[in-house]
Design a protein around this ligand. Structure first.
Ligand code: HXC
Length: 257
């Protein structure tokens, strides 16, 4: 499969997707969306792949949705086509996705990073939702996911002023899980993804589902959901293998069944 806007590679049991529109700081257009969905679907179908890393360039993860593509759109057309809704599929990939963010992650770029399961940032990363400066508002989930990630005060501050926050502020406020020097970014993300890929796939996928459910439901329903998933993992070979390996003081050999 030849991609125009992405570089798609396999590193061990990890799928590595690099946004590659350097002339536009990786601005997200309809081709990026189409190709990202294809790349994720291929990695989802590949039994050998246990996790995905999504990254950009050193200068920009992605500087937002493509302003030049959006500039002349009309309300009736984008309403009828439900413009942007296709990105929901990107957020729904079931294998874990780590965003490795260096440089600008703005607007749709910040929103794309937040669609991933967690974000590892380079010290150079800059996050923001500058849509307000263009006369619009976030449209790929920024007002919802950023608010859940960092709380109302900081989300309002960023979304209403359009200012950027650096990696240290992003880590302090809970948007990113780790900050590393730029030259360590990809290795750190790949190592985390490889660790995840070495674990039992059903338990990894259920862990992801359970955490995501925390954003969708009440505590009581969430606890019930978690407990039922926990119970169901006792039907897997990997639970027997994982616990036997611990007791026998050896490494588990998961079969992902
Ligand atoms: C299209 C973009 C772009 C974008 C940068 N470029 N961001 N093209 N869409 N979002 C292009 C520039 O036009 C320029 O092309 C080239 O990339 C390099 O950018 P410069 O501005 O020259 O670089 P610099 O001066 O270093 O400034 C970097 C920047 C700035 C601060 C990131 O580019 C910027 O403010 N970009 C827009 C950020 C933004 O507003 N994002 C939100 C978009 S709306 P040329 O050809 O001129 O050299 C959005 C809504 C999402 O994301 C939800 C709905 C879909």
């Amino acid at each position: 499969m030849a991609y125009k806007t992405l570089i798609v590679e396999t590193r061990g049991n990890v799928g590595l997707v690099t946004l590659n529109r350097p002339q536009a700081l990786n601005a997200l257009n309809s081709t990026v969306l189409k190709e990202l969905k294809e790349a994720y679907a291929a990695f989802h179908a590949d039994e050998a792949i246990g996790a995905i890393v999504l990254t950009g360039s050193e200068r920009a993860f992605a500087a937002g949705a493509d302003i030049k593509e959006m500039q002349s759109l009309q309300f009736a057309d984008i309403y009828k086509s439900d413009f942007i809704s296709g990105w929901d599929d990107v957020a729904k990939v079931r294998k874990p996705v780590i965003a490795a963010v260096s440089g600008f992650a703005l607007g749709g770029g910040c929103e794309l990073a937040m669609m991933c399961d967690f974000i590892i940032a380079s010290e150079t990363a800059k996050f923001g939702q500058p849509e307000i400066t263009l006369g619009v508002i976030p449209g790929m989930g920024g007002s919802q996911r950023l608010t859940r990630a960092v709380g109302k005060a900081k989300a309002m501050d960023l979304i209403l002023t359009g200012r950027m926050m650096d990696a240290a502020e992003a880590e302090r406020s809970g948007l990113v899980s780790r900050v590393v020097p730029p030259e360590r970014l990809i290795d750190e993300a790949l190592a985390a993804a490889e660790k995840i890929a070495s674990l039992s796939r059903p338990s990894v996928m259920m862990a992801k589902e359970a955490v995501n459910r925390a954003f969708e439901t009440t505590l009581e329903e969430g606890l019930r959901f978690e407990r039922r998933l926990f119970h169901s993992l006792f039907a897997t070979d990997d639970q027997k293998e994982g616990m036997a390996a611990f007791v026998e003081k050896r490494k588990p050999a998961f079969t992902h069944r």
